[in-house]
Design a protein. Sequence first.
Lengths: 354, 205
Amino acid sequence: MKCEECLPLIEEYVDGELEGRLVERLDAHLSACAACAEEMTALRREQEVYASYRRDLEVTPAHWNVVRARIEQEKDAAPQSGSRPSLRERLGALFGKGLRPAFVAALVLAALAVTAAVIYLRSRESQGGLAQRQPARGQKQQPAPEHKETTPDKINGGVESVAQDEGHDQGGGGERPRVTVKDQAGTGTARKTLALARARRPENQTVERATPDDSARFEQAVAGSAVTGTLMNAPAAGGEFDFEMARHAERSELLLRSFRNVRPVTAAARALDVSFEKEQSRKLLYRNIALRRSAQERGDPSAVKLLNTLEPILLDIANLPGRARARDVESIERRMEKKEIVAALQVRTLLASN
Amino acid sequence: MKRLAIENFGRAGELGATLMNSAEDLIARTRSGDTEAFRLIFDRYSRPIISFIYDLTGEREAAEELMQETFVRAYRNLGTLRADARLSTWLFGIAKNVAREHGRARLRASRKVELDDSTVTELADAGLPPDDSLINKELNNVIRDALSRLDEDKRLVFTLKIFQQQSYEEIAAITGFSIAKLKTDLHRARHEMRRLIRPYLEVSQ
């Protein structure tokens, strides 16, 4: 390979994008050509400078809260997403979109008036039967055993209307005539089934949305004993390097273990699929450069040594072709073994987690 | 109980499958209405996304808002994510669009933030290395200013490659550029950036 052929490929090489025989040819040229080797060193030095770029940006729980609020808002606005539609939306579906609140209020008032009239007429027709179920005016209501909000209007074998749960749509105050209308009109078995399900459900159980307690438990589970999880709650300033270092060590260790376990798909296959390991190595390589620089600035010789040992291995894996030759993979594995890099990474991870 | 892919993290040889499954798992759970699964996606990707947007826009407050907008749009459109697409690539694609829309809106409002060229020009043309004690502090400013001087395509490609470590293939998927174009843009962006940060490169050796 000549210099003019080598130079355009150096960037791809440093990026871990070069594949196949070109890597071998480039390696051979770089070992013989001081000018091209210097070019590559300069490019890597640049990468180190870029890797040290700090933006002082922070993602806080407040950011998530805004996202969550907007998501919940959209979920509420979209009935198909699982949340129950509001009365206004249900009426809107019946009468077309774009109902104004005033129109909805008028509809509700009309429904209340009709309901009151029906109750009045029926109470006159069947004074005796209804009197058994309905307490006298002014008499204190007896709470039903299965639900706190059960009303005296409950007349369908213990089934109450779910509309009570959505009082924000209604302005009925203490009156519940609409309950009777809905039940008597048989507005849907599904609604009654849901009401039954709600009545049987323990009061503290939520169905559609996680409570803050759920969130806390979830995060706790994620954190677990793994260093990676702990990082989610990592302090911003003092211990950040140690956390980042531990996370990098853990990821690198897992990657190298994964790489060590790469086996041919069939006994006859000569090429090994290392595309995943290659991809991960490329990403860890950049992190490695940034951390090594930070370690040097902090005067942490053990971290510098570890990262210096790790870096060429990551680079070699990153520059493997997606389907690598077995002998190339074995060569890197032998170097890993010789350097005892997996054990060193494991020690670093364990020290950080204790 | 919610299954967490991260629990399997320590099992050797399964890293690839675990990482891939975890993303799929989180996507599936989010699609079924599990907001906490989406929170995990947010926790995982919000930092690279906000950095990416900040590098494109150069505005801190806007970056925060646009990052949030990115995740709201991602949630809204998660159903359109193809099974073979990578979540990170898809998110970067949304973030790119959000940042571009912001840039256009800013132009329309004729409130384009003029870049402070003086610092960069001065540093680049002077050719004198700055005081060592200021390097780390000023280097960030110089890189940011140098980034802002790149044209939009070059800045996009440079940021995705150098800061977000996306592969050429992923950058092509995010930007819609051909591999040849993005290689050319990246090479030119590197060249321009090198010229602007040269004094610091010499000092940091």
